[in-house]
Every structure is written in structure tokens, then in C-alpha cells.
Design a protein around this ligand. Structure first.
Ligand SMILES: CC(=O)CC(=O)SCCNC(=O)CCNC(=O)[C@H](O)C(C)(C)COP(=O)(O)OP(=O)(O)OC[C@H]1O[C@@H](n2cnc3c(N)ncnc32)[C@H](O)[C@@H]1OP(=O)(O)O
Ligand SMILES: NC(=O)C1=CN([C@@H]2O[C@H](COP(=O)(O)OP(=O)(O)OC[C@H]3O[C@@H](n4cnc5c(N)ncnc54)[C@H](OP(=O)(O)O)[C@@H]3O)[C@@H](O)[C@H]2O)C=CC1
Length: 286
């Protein structure tokens, strides 16, 4: 039974995951290397819980109880008595592997190690641990408190017991789980990211402006956000890493990342989180 969770990475995904876990009654550590990042994550959770109280979806008492279940962490040793770790650090294989190796040595034997990776191979991450049967993909969508879907990805070595526990947890969190096999980009990003990349190509080739591309998809296809607004929201670094995983994983040129996407990432224009991407933002979000 999963009661205590540590979330690694207090960025936009990690904070959202920590929030929904705490709201569901779990004890949660929110971990990042820097104290400042943890505090930023906790602040954003506090704001969203405040909004939930204003909207009448939660009482002030429930908000306080949720916040009391959230503990800041800057040491991975806090995972020593956790039943589950959900990793949400940057989308880079070598960084995730290092985190999983460290966690493997810290967490109790029964603990499940889950990754929120958008595209990377669960099988490869699992193979760096001594418990590959207890490693699994638990891919939440952004913004986590709002979006219902969780892709649950089995690595080649993932046990049925691990899969069932995580599937059950997703339901406890109020999410709808779908079962996905371990192929680059899984289902959601294999379909979404080439569309975003193509939208960037249309701007790169001068077919239309950023605004007109977004308007086409919003008003023409009823998408809630245009693809370039969505790319900024996801993070252009994350979009590029996912395209690179698809390109390399399928060895198919149809997944080549648009040069403009590469250039924006090189410039540090990562979207909403850095204040500039295809659009400009007030630099408030983390
Ligand atoms: C990259 C990956 O690996 C996978 C991914 O996640 S891909 C990204 C998937 N996500 C999407 O495609 C999101 C597409 N966009 C949307 O669905 C909507 O624009 C949206 C839900 C984000 C916002 O909805 P909206 O109607 O335009 O705006 P708004 O009315 O302000 O917000 C609707 C609700 O969402 C909440 N919300 C909006 N942004 C939020 C955020 N960043 N965090 C938490 N909650 C948020 C608002 O509080 C609001 O809730 P209430 O009405 O209950 O207060
Ligand atoms: N953005 C999205 O829409 C979605 C993203 N994902 C996936 O979630 C993961 C996180 O993405 P997102 O939240 O957007 O990214 P962010 O950049 O917002 O957050 C990542 C956080 O992890 C921290 N971090 C990096 N390395 C470590 C480490 N070794 N130990 C602890 N913390 C670390 C970063 O700190 P610092 O900045 O100091 O490096 C940062 O605070 C990625 O794998 C991404 O693919 C999944 C679904 C949707």
C-alpha cells in the first residue's frame, strides 16, 4: 500500500504531481537540489490550493491539511522510508539514470521507482537499478491538477504487481490511466510532438505568423491552445528533447527537430518558464 511518496524535481510537473498526491491523502516529500526550487514549487501549490478554496472546491481546513502533508526536501535520503518515488527531473537520460541509481541505494526494498519521463525508454532506466521489475513510467499531463490522463508505461522488466499498484494509485489520484508499451514518446507525445514541430516548421518557412498558426489550430480544430502556445507552456527544451528521442529512436527523418526549435533552446528561450519562447511572458512561473 502506497502511503509515502517522494517527488524528485520541483519544476512545473513535480509540483503538480506532489499536489495531487497530497490532495489524495498521501504523505509527500517534494525534492529538488536547490531549496529555492522547492520553495517555488510549494508556493505554486499554495496558490492553486488557494484558488480551489475560492472556487468552493476545497475548504480552508482541507487546504491546510493538504499543505501539512507536503514536506520540502533537498536530500534524496528522505526517500529512505518512502513506498514510492516519482521522478520529474529534466528529460535527459543520463540525469535520470544517475537519479535512479542513487534512489536504488536509498529506498526500502519494496519501494516502486516511477518516472514521469515524456519519451525516454523505461527499460533502459530500469536496467540501471537492481530492482528493474519495480521501475515503471507514470506519465502525467501538464497541468497535472487539471489533466485527467496518466500514461502507465511498462518497461520490458516491469512486473504485473508494480503495474497494478501504479494503475490503482492513478485512480486514487482521480486520474484515468491508460496502459502503454515502451516505445519512444509512448502514445501522447508520439502524436502531439510532431504536430508541434510541424507548427514550428510553418513559422520557420514563413508560411504564417506565430499568432496565425495558433489561431488556425484553435479556431479551425478547436484545440484549447494553439500549438506554439502549448510548446511554450510545455517548455521548448522538453519539446526538443522529445523530438530528439523520437528522431533517434525511430531513425526516421520525419521526426527531425525544426532548426528554429533548436535555435530557441540554444538562446535559452525555453517558453513560459524563462519568460520568452514564441511569445513573451512576465517571468513569474517556474
Ligand atoms: C509534454 C508531455 O509529456 C505531455 C503533456 O503534458 S502535453 C500538454 C498537455 N496539456 C494540454 O494539451 C493543455 C492544453 N490546454 C488546456 O487544456 C487549457 O488551455 C488549460 C486547461 C491549460 C487552461 O484552460 P483555459 O480554459 O484556457 O483557462 P482557465 O479558465 O484559466 O483554466 C481552466 C482551469 O484550469 C486551471 N489551470 C489553468 N492553468 C493551470 C496551471 N498551469 N496549473 C494548474 N491549474 C491550471 C484553472 O485554475 C482553471 O480551473 P478553475 O476553472 O477550476 O479555476
Ligand atoms: N513540461 C511538460 O509539459 C511535461 C513534462 N514532462 C516530463 O517531466 C519532467 C520534468 O519536466 P518539467 O517539470 O517540465 O521541467 P522543469 O524544468 O520545470 O523542472 C525540472 C526540475 O528538476 C530539477 N532537477 C534537475 N536535475 C535534478 C536532479 N538531479 N535532482 C533533483 N532535481 C533536479 C530542475 O532544477 P534546475 O532547474 O536547477 O536544473 C527543475 O527544478 C521531464 O522528464 C519532462 O519530460 C512530462 C509531462 C509534461
Amino acid at each position: 500500500m502506497i502511503k509515502k511518496v517522494l517527488v524528485v524535481g520541483a519544476g512545473q510537473m513535480g509540483a503538480g504531481i506532489a499536489q495531487v498526491c497530497a490532495q489524495a491523502g498521501l504523505e509527500v516529500f517534494l525534492h529538488d537540489q536547490k531549496e529555492e526550487a522547492v520553495q517555488k514549487g510549494l508556493q505554486s501549490i499554495g496558490k492553486l490550493l488557494g484558488r480551489a478554496v475560492e472556487k468552493g472546491r476545497m475548504t480552508e481546513g482541507e487546504k491546510i491539511a493538504t499543505q501539512q502533508r507536503l514536506t520540502p526536501s533537498t536530500s534524496l535520503q528522505d526517500a529512505a522510508d518512502c513506498d514510492l518515488v516519482i521522478e520529474a527531473v529534466v528529460e535527459k537520460m543520463e540525469v535520470k539514470k544517475a537519479v535512479f541509481q542513487e534512489l536504488d541505494g536509498i529506498t526500502p526494498k519494496h519501494a516502486i521507482l516511477a518516472t514521469n519521463t515524456s519519451s525516454l525508454a523505461i527499460t533502459e532506466i530500469a536496467a540501471t537499478t537492481k530492482r528493474p521489475d519495480q521501475v515503471i513510467g507514470m506519465h502525467f499531463m501538464n497541468p497535472v491538477p487539471v489533466m485527467k490522463l496518466v500514461e502507465i508505461i511498462r518497461g520490458l522488466q516491469t512486473s504485473e504487481e508494480t503495474f497494478k499498484e501504479i494503475e490503482e494509485l492513478a485512480k486514487v489520484l482521480g486520474k484515468v490511466p491508460v496502459s502503454v508499451e515502451d516505445y519512444p514518446g509512448f502514445v501522447s507525445n508520439r502524436i502531439l510532438m510532431p504536430m508541434i514541430n510541424e507548427a514550428i516548421f510553418t513559422v520557420y518557412e514563413g508560411v504564417a505568423t506565430v499568432e496565425d498558426v495558433d489561431t488556425s489550430m484553435k479556431l479551425g480544430m478547436n484545440h484549447p491552445m494553439g500549438p506554439l502556445t502549448l510548446a511554450d507552456f510545455i517548455g521548448l527544451d522538453t519539446c526538443l528533447y522529445i523530438m530528439e528521442v523520437l528522431h533517434e529512436g525511430f531513425a526516421d527523418s520525419k521526426y527531425r527537430p525544426c532548426p528554429l526549435l533548436k535555435q530557441y533552446v540554444q538562446a535559452g528561450w525555453l517558453g513560459k518558464k524563462t519568460g520568452r519562447g514564441f511569445y513573451q511572458y512576465e517571468k513569474t512561473t517556474g
